[in-house]
Ligand binder design. Structure first.
Ligand code: SF4
Ligand code: SF4
Length: 122
């Protein structure tokens, strides 16, 4: 997998969902309250860090963004009211529109579990 670094993703997330990922200081309270964090390669706090660093390719090609239940427990725990759910929604929309649909199954080369359509424990 090729990893590209772009600072655009943080601005993109802010514009699309109003989430300022730069407020995140990695306290991990979101991860500790997330019911599906154990099934994620990148925990909620790590997803925020990847967005801060503009490493959208890592998020795009990994199943972690598809394991979020949308419960918003992360927001309830976060000292800055940051929501990984909102970040995940924006990333899902982005990858469906710009990556998966144009490139088909080849876009899933970074995650065999996602390609097979099964869970990490499947
Ligand atoms: S909204 Fe998603 S990331 Fe946030 S706590 Fe729920 S499952 Fe985890
Ligand atoms: S709880 Fe908020 S500040 Fe703490 S790691 Fe999660 S998103 Fe970042």
């Amino acid at each position: 997998m090729t990893i590209t670094i772009s600072t655009d993703v943080a601005e993109f997330v802010r514009a699309e969902c109003g989430e300022n990922v730069y407020l995140c200081y990695q306290c991990e309270k979101c991860s500790s309250g997330c019911p599906t964090a154990p099934a994620m390669r990148y925990r909620p706090a790590q997803m925020m860090r990847l967005a801060q660093f503009g490493l959208e390719n890592v998020l795009v090609h990994d199943a972690s963004i598809w394991r979020c239940l949308g419960c918003d427990t992360c927001t309830a725990h976060c000292p800055h009211d940051l929501s990984v759910r909102r970040l995940v929604e924006v990333m899902r929309h982005h990858v469906m529109q710009d990556v998966y649909l144009p490139n088909g199954i080849d876009a899933l080369d970074g995650d065999d579990d996602l390609r097979k359509g099964c869970g990490r424990w499947g």
